[in-house]
Design a protein around this ligand. Sequence first.
Ligand code: GLP
Length: 241
Amino acid sequence: MKVITLNDENEIGKVIGDYFCTLLRENPAAVLGLATGASPIPTYQRMISRFNAGDVSFAKVRTFNLDEYCNLPATHPQSYRSFMHAQLFAQVDIAQNNTHFLDGNAMDEAAECSRFDALIEQLGGVDLQLLGIGRNGHIGFNEPADAFTQGSFKVQLAPSTLEANSGYFIDENMPTHAMTMGVGAILRAKEILLVATGAAKAEAVRAMIQGEITPQLPASALQNHPKVTIYLDPAAASLLK
Ligand code: GLP
């Protein structure tokens, strides 16, 4: 694991956004693994400004998002599909049908998870995966568990995740379940970049990098991946020894 501490989230977004653009200039049809939450927003803003400058095109890019809420219409403003549309897709030249999500409303959940996993393999696997990390060390929506999961699955969200994300759901209850790529599938990405900022992530960051590898801290599995870079701000890095 490579660990890089930069001044703030905007500096991190600039470095990672530029890294994605460099990949797309070499491989315009790359398969990107994308994340939601506050952490990747500066990265998406950098991609948009590089697109507006004429430096990069997303026309041939294929994307897979890590996760999606269950029992929330795809058109709901807090669905992860809506998030990606607002934060990136509507502002670049990406083809809508090249953007892939788990359908959190699928009747046959197992079939939906198999469809999604098979499509990733069919398109050659994820070239570059962007990740955030939950306060409890989750990646995607892989919550602390007794075993690492492989393929996509439906998960019950942990209390700390409900607390962290409930602020996005004004006047309504947030979904209690989601579908997520499994840890095994995330680790199959050829390269992974993870962003963590703020003191609330410091303990999860310490355990991810310097703790034991355990499904109780799902991000610790990244220690087993050959090409991971962790980008931190000083607050998120504050508990590293
Ligand atoms: C969310 C997402 C994760 C994200 C994490 C941290 O709920 N499912 O993919 O990395 O929690 O979010 P944030 O970046 O807003 O702190």
